[in-house]
Each structure stands twice: as structure tokens, then as C-alpha cells.
Design a protein around this ligand. Sequence first.
Ligand code: FE
Ligand code: FE
Ligand code: FE
Length: 201
Amino acid sequence: MDSLAQLFEETLKDVYYAENAILKALPKMVKKTKNPELRQAFEEHTEQTKGQVRRLDEIFKIIGKKASGKECLAIKGLIGETEEIMSDSETPEVLHAGLIGCAQAVEHYEIARYGTLKAWAEQLEMQDAAQLLDETLQEEKQTDEKLTSLAISTVNPDADMGEDSEESEDDESEGVNAASMDEEAEDEGATTSRKKSSRSR
Ligand code: FE
Ligand code: FE
Ligand code: FE
């Protein structure tokens, strides 16, 4: 690899592989999800992802190459972690919170990739490709934000309900919990960095 154009093509193959892997993983996540809103979010993103694959097909056409994927170890790892959450979560509520966390890790990977690809397309003066990449980038960002608000409004509080049950080993009082989460960072990223909503309590 000795040019930005080659790097662009290789990375395009990386996301092509990733999107197709996500297309296989999402229906399994839909099946496992009992929360109707979360389920709908996953279903909508499945449809969006199909459109994203079509955009990538178009970009391969623009660069005159056959659309193909190249194994993306990152997405394999992230999907592996998702499968772990699906088999290890013992309540639907905890599963839902865990699934959002995993889905957001995937969105952030995609946001990183599409941001880079868009910048490279601009550098290579491929405005049409840059435009297509930006459309997908915006969809990934919106999905990430939607998952954050779902998590904070309902999914995380629901998952937190079982805390007082006898199975809870760590004896966290609410005071301790609140004290450990006082950084109000408006990180657009993972929900785990957000302060727990206190409205539910
Ligand atoms: Fe995607
Ligand atoms: Fe990758
Ligand atoms: Fe996505």
C-alpha cells in the first residue's frame, strides 16, 4: 500500500465487511429484545444499514472496483462481545442495557471509519463519494444519539430496578451510586459515561 487511494479502497473494504456483518447480527438482536422501542430502533437501523451497503456499492463503482469486503477484526470483536451479553444477561432489562452499550460501540466504530473515509474522499477530490459517506456518517451519529436517549430515559432505569433484590451482591446505597457518577460530562458517546437519570427514583 503506497497511496492514499489504496488506503481508501482497503478501508472501504473494511467497512463493507463490517456493514454486512452488522446486517447479520442485528436480526439476532431484534429477536432478543423485548423492549418495543429498542426493538424498533434496531429494526430501523437494519433497514438503514441495507441502504448503507448500497452506498458503499456506489462508491466502489465510482473508484472502478468490484465491491468486496476484507475481514474487519474490530467488528468481529464487537459482535463477539454482543453475543456474550446476549448469553450472559439474566434479565431482559439488563440485556437491553447491555445491548445498547454494544450497539453504541459498533456505532462509534462506524463513526470513526466513515469520518476518516469522508476526509480521505475529500482529499482525493471525490466529492460524490464524500457526499455518500457523509450521509451514512450522519445516520450512524443519529442512531448513536437515539440509543443514548433510549438508554437514559427508560432502559437504564429499568435495568437498575433489580438492584435491591436479594441477588444483588454489592450493597450499593443510592448515595454511593450518585456520588460515583457526578461527572455530568455531556459526552455524546457511550451511555455509561452519562449520569444516571434520577427522575425514575
Ligand atoms: Fe452502518
Ligand atoms: Fe475494521
Ligand atoms: Fe450503524
